[in-house]
Design a protein around this ligand. Structure first.
Ligand SMILES: NC(=O)c1ccc[n+]([C@@H]2O[C@H](COP(=O)([O-])OP(=O)(O)OC[C@H]3O[C@@H](n4cnc5c(N)ncnc54)[C@H](O)[C@@H]3O)[C@@H](O)[C@H]2O)c1
Ligand SMILES: [Fe+2]
Length: 436
């Protein structure tokens, strides 16, 4: 593969410079704080949003593309019906969203835009639908763009054809409704690699949190997406590039997730827990989205691309390792320990870290999340199969965007060590990552 075919952050010279500065280089790079203009929340959120939209769209502009996956068509149809009845807004449904966002589905959406000329794009779904809508906007407006050269502040002047990008999440985890990131599978590469497209202009203009739409999530999806939100908040909190703004968001998100995720998994119709988790995922999105995902995301993306496990479970499996590895060079885990009710007064760092990791694992178990690859049920992965893929996982992880922000320098041999121990994820092996 030539250098022209890889993203800028995979280029060894550029990556070398970032890794050398270990998280510090990224601090200045991600200085702007982005978020949607307005986030509509509560039981009336959809009506509020549609009234707002109707007041702004001129006659002749009332065309909306709704991006949804086939299983969630009913939610897309509900939005379409409300657009029409409340404000006479026409819409079309694109329902071919697929998990992991293969590039070819984005092209299908762009073709519909060329013919329909929508003025608003609304995604209704999980991270896959929201990321698909971001990519449709990007390629519709700038078809010639080379994803490999895009950096967050590339400022392409998007929204000349489409006025607004809107996200209505139906899962509570990715925070994609507030981030300027789109994760796509580059199906032009063999094997396909998950690529992060990071561009400030991809932040949705509006987010609409409709509690009713997350109520139908089954327990495994509730758990997986909730653990994703936890990994966003904890994984980015331990990055030394974090800011006062991201700290505020991440700490609050963790507090909410610890309280409300087990309740949402246990009783799907506990609407207080559902609403709190919806907000927690959004707040964690504001937190990590304005900093970066941690190395649990580098490893989770790589493992997920090869074994097709839910994204949140993937990053959860590497969360303890990410915290243990980086705690050697930063005290930021101490604040996390306090949130997990670990006494930090007058105790040694290693004792605090060990107790934090134990409490985190207990919490994951209480939310019904597997804590090692050996324990995974969906799907079961044999040790042989896992080890056979380790070279590819190491390569993908090292070439992942999140590698650039690690608080502690990381290289392929270190990634290999973490992948090797993660099959069993024993507490003594996790502590070894901290010591060595
Ligand atoms: N852009 C970002 O900032 C960002 C952040 C984290 C993750 N991601 C990406 O998001 C994707 C994962 O998104 P996800 O976890 O939300 O899952 P998803 O969007 O891939 O959806 C998973 C499945 O859940 C179903 N589903 C969604 N909502 C439902 C509901 N309310 N009731 C019943 N079923 C429902 C969907 O139909 C689908 O079959 C990954 O590709 C990941 O890389 C993006
Ligand atoms: Fe994530």
């Amino acid at each position: 593969m030539s250098r022209r075919d890889i993203a800028w952050y995979e280029n060894p010279e550029i990556k070398g410079l970032f890794i050398k500065a270990a998280s510090n280089a990224m601090r200045g790079y991600h200085a702007p704080i982005t978020s949607p203009k307005t986030t509509f929340t509560g039981t009336n959120s959809l009506t509020d949003f549609i009234n707002h939209l109707g007041a702004f769209l001129k006659d002749g502009e009332k065309r909306v593309l709704i991006v949804v996956d086939k299983d969630l068509r009913k939610f897309g149809e509900k939005v379409a019906e409300r657009l029409a009845t409340l404000r006479g807004i026409d819409s079309r449904l694109f329902d071919n969203v697929l998990p992991d966002v293969p590039k070819y589905t984005v092209s299908e959406g762009v073709e519909i835009c060329k013919e329909y000329d929508p003025k608003v794009i609304i995604s209704v779904g999980g991270g896959s639908a929201i990321d698909t809508s971001k990519m449709i906007l990007l390629y519709y407006e700038r078809p010639e763009i080379n994803l490999n050269n895009l950096m967050a502040p590339s400022y392409l002047g998007l929204r000349k054809k489409v006025h607004w990008l809107v996200a209505i999440p139906t899962t509570s985890g990715t925070g994609a409704e507030t981030t300027f990131i789109a994760v796509v599978s580059d199906t032009d590469r063999d094997p396909p690699k998950k690529t992060e497209v990071v561009l400030y202009e991809l932040c949705p203009d509006f987010a609409v949190l409709v509690p009713e739409f997350v109520k139908t999530m089954p327990p495994y999806l509730t758990m997986g997406t909730g653990i994703d939100a936890l990994a966003h908040a904890m994984g980015s909190y331990v990055l030394t590039m974090s800011t006062d703004f991201s700290d505020m968001c991440n700490l609050k998100a963790i507090e909410l997730i610890l309280k409300y995720l087990p309740r949402s998994v246990k009783r799907g119709n506990d609407m207080e827990a559902r609403e709190k988790m919806q907000l927690a995922a959004y707040i964690a999105g504001l937190g990590f989205g304005n900093v970066s995902g941690g190395i649990e995301h580098s490893m989770g993306h790589s493992f997920g691309a090869l074994f097709h496990v839910h994204h949140g479970v993937c990053v959860g499996l590497f969360l303890c390792a990410s915290i243990a590895y980086q705690s050697k060079v930063t005290n930021r885990f101490l604040d996390l320990a306090r949130l997990f009710s670990v006494n930090t007064e007058g105790r040694k760092r290693n004792e605090i870290l060990k107790e934090l990791l134990e409490k985190l694992r207990e919490f994951m178990r209480s939310a019904k999340c597997p804590i090692s690859i050996r324990e995974l049920e969906q799907p079961k992965i044999s040790k042989e199969d896992y080890l056979a893929n380790i070279d590819q996982m190491v390569e993908f992880a090292f070439n992942d965007y999140c590698t650039l922000s690690s608080s502690r320098k990381i290289d392929p041999p270190q990634y290999r060590k973490i992948f090797l121990m993660s099959y069993d994820n024993k507490i003594e092996d996790l502590m070894e990552l901290y010591y060595k």
